[in-house]
Design a protein. Structure first.
Length: 311
């Protein structure tokens, strides 16, 4: 188990060790969340790298990752615990066969911890030889408000109350990362218990660094053209702007096509790796893609000329 970072620079190095390219503001948020022992609430568009932060912390800190993938209709039985009713019924039948008449004792027995099926939130509160785990509550905005309200006890006291057993409290607080794509607003009461950070699309410099880390097989010229193309694409009026994850996927696809530079044909044939809605693909494919590529080449040529003049 690695020690928690003692400074912002150490937090940035920790993320870098997990091949995550973070700017200083994000590293500061991670550092303060860990230092203060508060959940890190990451909000932003899909594909900007929110979930990856929890995975990287799990790897670099050598902690187990406990992931709760949220969805509409998520309830306590799926997220926290449920009783193993089949085993309880067998236990009752065995007690009846053995003519055990102490109903109170049978009730206490079947509602003991050995009949408990522990789901992610309860698992995260258990002692772990590797240290407190990283609990990822992913895409919280997909759940409904009653479940969000249930999380208040967990995030306030790091405990879960089971009526038949009582409160189960964490000996050591897990490292909690909560993500939201902001499809709906999360209640202020929950946000107050967290350290909040908005994960935005990266600038061109950081996106290029991410590509060089994640797709090292891509040449520098191709990576620069891809980043410049995607940066311009994000200024278009699209239904879903491409995130960093799509940039990585697209670059990887272009490498598989043996592309060393962008061209109109390669863009049109591989847009499905970058854009995920047919209306967006139809809007960009063809003349629009060619026009963006022409702007990209002009900008990169001007940038190269400026650098030559400086030297």
């Amino acid at each position: 188990m690695a020690a928690l970072p003692g400074s912002i620079d150490a937090a940035q190095d920790l993320l870098k060790a997990g091949h995550y390219v973070a700017d200083r503001s994000l590293a500061t948020a991670v550092f303060l969340s860990l230092k203060l022992g508060r959940p890190l609430f990451l909000e932003g568009e899909a594909g900007v790298g929110k979930t990856e932060i929890a995975k990287v912390l799990s790897t670099t800190l050598d902690r187990n990752l406990v992931r709760l993938q949220c969805y509409e209709g998520l309830d306590i039985a799926s997220a926290v615990y449920e009783w193993n009713y089949a085993r309880q019924m067998i236990e009752i039948r065995l007690a009846e066969a053995a003519h055990e008449g102490d109903k109170e004792k049978i009730t206490q027995d079947i509602f003991s911890e050995r009949f408990l099926i522990k789901r992610p939130l309860l698992q995260a509160l258990e002692p772990d030889p590797k240290g407190p785990p990283v609990l990822l509550i992913d895409e919280l905005d997909r759940t409904d408000e009653p479940f969000e309200a249930f999380l208040l006890e967990l995030l306030s006291d790091f405990q879960v109350t089971i009526p038949e057993i009582g409160a189960i409290k964490a000996v050591e607080k897990p490292i909690v990362v909560i993500t939201s794509n902001r499809t709906r607003e999360i209640h202020d009461a929950l946000k107050r218990r967290c350290f909040y950070y908005w994960v935005d699309y990266p600038d061109s410099e950081r996106e290029l660094a991410i590509l060089r880390t994640k797709v090292p097989a891509a040449g520098l010229d191709l990576s620069r053209e891809v980043v410049a193309f995607v940066q311009k694409l994000r200024k278009r009026d699209l239904f879903k702007l491409p995130g960093v994850a799509e940039t990585i996927d697209w670059t990887d696809a272009l490498v598989q096509l043996d592309q060393v530079a962008l061209n109109a044909g390669a863009i049109d044939n591989s847009l499905g790796a970058l854009l995920k809605y047919q209306d967006d693909i139809a809007r960009i494919r063809g003349s629009e893609a060619a026009a963006i590529l022409e702007q990209v080449r002009a900008d990169l040529a001007a940038e190269k000329a400026a650098k030559l003049l400086q030297h």
